[in-house]
Design a protein around this ligand. Sequence first.
Ligand SMILES: NC(=O)c1ccc[n+]([C@@H]2O[C@H](COP(=O)([O-])OP(=O)(O)OC[C@H]3O[C@@H](n4cnc5c(N)ncnc54)[C@H](OP(=O)(O)O)[C@@H]3O)[C@@H](O)[C@H]2O)c1
Length: 247
Amino acid sequence: MAAADKAVLIVGGTSDIGRATALTFAQNKWTVQLAGRSLPDLQREADDISVRTGRQVTIHAFDALDTGSFTAFVDALPDLPDVVISVVGFVGQHAYAETNLEHAREIMRSNYEGPALILSLFAERFVARGYGSIVGMSSVAGDRGRGSNYFYGSAKAGFSAFLSGLRNRLATNSVQVITVKPGYVRSRMTRHMKLPPLVTATAAEVGEAVFNALSHRKDVIYVRSVWLFVMLIIRLVPEQIFKRLKL
Ligand SMILES: NC(=O)c1ccc[n+]([C@@H]2O[C@H](COP(=O)([O-])OP(=O)(O)OC[C@H]3O[C@@H](n4cnc5c(N)ncnc54)[C@H](OP(=O)(O)O)[C@@H]3O)[C@@H](O)[C@H]2O)c1
């Protein structure tokens, strides 16, 4: 199939990473579907991508916390996309979540329940059709629990395990499942943080990495490969020592 006939759906299309990923696909002549909570924000984004690339971009209302609406959301899309990418995420405020269960629940649902269930629905549609690719934006935060972000990190760990299981189940089908662990990325989510340049990617780098991972049939990618080694070392630290580190 020519690139011009292919469609990608970005769930979480208002995010910095989602926007950059959508632009990369449009620049490579894909049709783009953007989904998210704010239709005005999505429309601004769609207009910008259309003007810059000449590609068709449609927008679709989607709330990851409203799981009861997921089937109707998928049914209402103009076409079942070739690729679906979930970049939905919510880091929240960990210290507040420690004493506020509703906030903790929102972090856990936004990073695990919503993304996993919507991708699960697309998996079934892709299996019935016979092809499709699923991409989940997880995080290195899910590779080991840390005292400063374990609601977010455990939800991302659950999401990574979900993607791994889905990939394992669909390995003999023509449905590809990719887990993306971006490491640090300069974005709205991290704008208050001072990030070390060597291990910090741009949103555009993530978009390129996702696009290339599809054609190279990757399973799990760390956007900057240095993170593979960083997390290998972090995972190897014995729990007796790790629990005393302030991370
Ligand atoms: N930035 C990093 O360093 C970093 C590192 C590792 C992983 N990630 C992951 O990368 C993804 C994108 O993050 P980002 O850095 O681009 O930050 P971001 O701009 O804050 O993106 C978060 C996205 O999730 C959407 N979202 C949150 N709750 C939602 C809900 N209930 N329903 C629908 N959409 C919802 C937001 O939509 P609204 O615009 O409506 O809020 C926004 O589009 C996230 O999954 C994040 O966890 C980021």
